[in-house]
Design a protein around this ligand. Structure first.
Ligand SMILES: Cc1cc2nc3c(=O)[nH]c(=O)nc-3n(C[C@H](O)[C@H](O)[C@H](O)COP(=O)(O)OP(=O)(O)OC[C@H]3O[C@@H](n4cnc5c(N)ncnc54)[C@H](O)[C@@H]3O)c2cc1C
Length: 397
C-alpha cells in the first residue's frame, strides 16, 4: 500500500467527475490487494481496509458528517458504489452498517450516537443482528427472548438463531420481549447487547457452502444497561420497520454495481471458454444484461426514496426480490455453463476462478430467505405497494 492516508479534501466547486477521479485515485493508492485465503486472515484484511477508508474520509457515503460519514448527494452515492464495486474491495464486517446505524441515527440519544456510530463505521466494533428465534422468523412478533428490568439494568434470557457474523461480533442489536408474551409487537424493545458479556454464548452454524456464516446465540441472565435500549421500552417495533427497510434498501445500489462487474466477468469467461458460440448462452447473457440495468435503476429509485422521505419504504422489497432472484439465476447459469469444471470448490487447485461460481451458486440459495423470505417480500409488495387485501395470517409490520 502506498500514498498518503488522507485524500485531498473536497472543494465546493468539485464536479461529480472530479469526485469520481479523487475517489478512484484513493482506491488505487490504498488498495488492500487480493483477498487472503484463511478466515482469520480475511477478517484482519477487511478490518484494516475499513479503517483505511474511514481515516481517509471515504467511509459512510450516506452517513451524516458528524459521525464520520460523507453525506453525499444522490449522484455521488451512485458514483461511490460504482467505483467501490469496480475496485474489488472488501465489504463491511457484520450487519450493523445498513441496519442498526440508520436506526441509531434516527432514534438514538446523542450519547448513543457518540458511543456507537464512529467505531461501527471504522470497523473497530463488529455488529450482528439478533432478531430471529427458533419459533420467530417471518412471524417476528412471536419472539420469546425476555428482558426483565432490574434497576438500571435488564436481565436477558432466551435464544436467537441464524445470526450472520455473530461468531466474531462485538455488539448484538437485538429484539427482546419487555412486555407480556400476548403483547406481541406492543411489548418488544430494541436492545444493544455486548457480545462478550457474561452469559452470552455464540455457537457457529455450518451452512451448505461449508462455511460458518451465521450462528445461534444463547442468553443466560445477561445484564445489559438500560442506557443500551434504543427508543422507549415496549416501543421497539417501529424501529424494526426502519431497520428492515434499510436492510433491504442497503443492498440495492451496491448490489447493482457489484453485479455490473460480475456479469462482465462472467461474459468474459463465457467468451474465453468458447461458450458464446451457443445462441442459448448469448440469449441468457443478454437477459442478465437487461436485468442488471433494471437493477441499477431500481437501486437508484430506492436511494432517491430514502433521500426524499428518510425511509426506503415498502418498495425496497421490490428491489430485494429482484436482486435475489437474479443472483440465484446468474450463478445457476454459470455453473451449468462450466459443466463438471464448475463444480470444483475453492479448496481444489483446478477450480475455475477459485470456485467462485459454485460458491456463489451455493451461498445464494439462502438469499431468498435472509432479510425476509421471498414470500414475505411478495406479501409486502402486494399489500403495501399494490394495495391488495392483507394476508390474514400475518401481524401488521
Ligand atoms: C443467510 C441468512 C442470514 C440470516 N441472517 C440473520 C441475521 O443476521 N439475524 C437474524 O435475526 N436473522 C437472520 N436470518 C434469519 C431470517 O431472517 C429468517 O430465516 C427468515 O425471516 C425466515 O424465518 P424462518 O427461518 O423462521 O422461516 P419461517 O418464518 O418459519 O418460514 C418458513 C416458510 O414459510 C413461509 N411463510 C411464513 N409465513 C408466511 C406467510 N405469512 N405467507 C407466505 N409464506 C409464509 C416462508 O416464506 C418460508 O418459506 C438469516 C437467514 C439466512 C438464510
Amino acid at each position: 500500500m502506498t500514498g498518503s492516508l488522507t485524500a485531498p479534501s473536497e472543494t465546493v466547486t468539485e464536479t461529480d467527475e472530479e469526485f469520481r477521479a479523487r475517489f478512484r485515485a484513493f482506491l488505487v493508492a490504498h488498495h488492500p490487494g487480493r483477498r487472503p485465503r484463511g478466515d482469520t486472515e480475511q477478517r484482519a484484511w477487511q478490518k484494516a481496509w475499513l479503517a483505511t477508508l474511514f481515516d481517509g474520509g471515504f467511509a459512510g457515503p450516506s452517513w451524516p458528517r458528524e459521525y464520520g460519514g460523507m453525506a453525499l448527494d444522490f449522484p455521488r452515492q451512485v458514483i461511490y458504489q460504482e467505483e467501490h464495486a469496480r475496485a474489488r474491495l472488501p465489504g463491511p464486517q457484520g450487519t450493523g452498517l445498513g441496519i442498526a446505524a440508520p436506526t441509531i441515527i434516527t432514534y438514538g440519544t446523542p450519547e448513543q450516537k457518540e458511543r456507537f456510530l464512529r467505531p461501527m463505521l471504522r470497523g473497530d466494533e463488529v455488529w450482528a443482528q439478533g432478531y430471529s428465534e427458533p419459533e420467530a422468523g417471518s412471524d417476528l412478533p412471536s419472539l420469546r427472548t425476555t428482558a426483565r428490568r432490574d434497576g438500571d439494568e435488564y436481565i436477558v434470557n432466551g435464544q436467537k438463531v441464524w445470526n450472520t457474523h455473530a461468531d466474531y461480533a462485538d455488539i448484538l442489536f437485538t429484539l427482546v420481549r419487555t412486555g407480556t408474551q400476548e403483547s406481541r409487537q406492543k411489548g418488544i424493545s430494541y436492545l444493544l447487547i455486548d457480545a462478550h458479556a457474561p452469559g452470552v454464548t455464540v455457537r457457529p452454524l455450518r451452512d451448505l457452502t461449508g462455511g460458518t456464516h451465521f450462528s445461534e446465540i444463547f442468553f443466560s441472565d445477561v445484564r445489559v444497561p438500560v442506557s443500551n435500549r434504543i427508543g422507549e421500552e415496549n416501543e421497539g417495533w417501529p424501529l424494526v420497520r426502519t431497520s428492515l427497510g434499510h436492510e433491504r434498501a442497503a443492498g440495492a445500489m451496491n448490489q447493482a454495481a457489484l453485479y455490473r462487474r460480475v456479469l462482465s466477468e462472467l461474459t468474459e469467461l463465457a467468451r474465453e471458454r468458447g461458450a458464446t458460440a451457443d445462441p442459448i448462452v448469448r440469449d441468457r447473457l443478454a437477459d442478465f444484461e437487461v436485468r442488471v440495468r433494471i437493477m441499477r435503476y431500481t437501486g437508484m429509485r430506492t436511494i432517491s426514496d430514502i433521500m426524499a422521505r428518510g425511509e426506503p419504504g415498502p418498495a425496497s422489497s421490490t428491489s430485494r426480490l429482484f436482486i435475489t432472484a437474479f443472483e440465484q439465476d446468474l450463478h445457476e447459469f454459470a455453473v451449468d455453463m462450466l459443466g463438471a469444471d464448475g463444480l470444483l470448490t475453492r479448496d481444489d487447485e483446478r477450480a475455475v476462478q477459485r470456485g467462485r461460481w459454485v460458491g456463489g451458486f451455493l451461498s445464494t440459495r439462502a438469499s431468498t430467505i435472509g432479510a425476509g423470505t421471498a414470500e414475505i417480500q411478495r406479501n409486502t409488495i402486494a399489500e403495501q405497494v399494490l394495495g391488495l387485501p392483507r394476508d390474514p395470517a400475518m401481524p401488521s409490520r
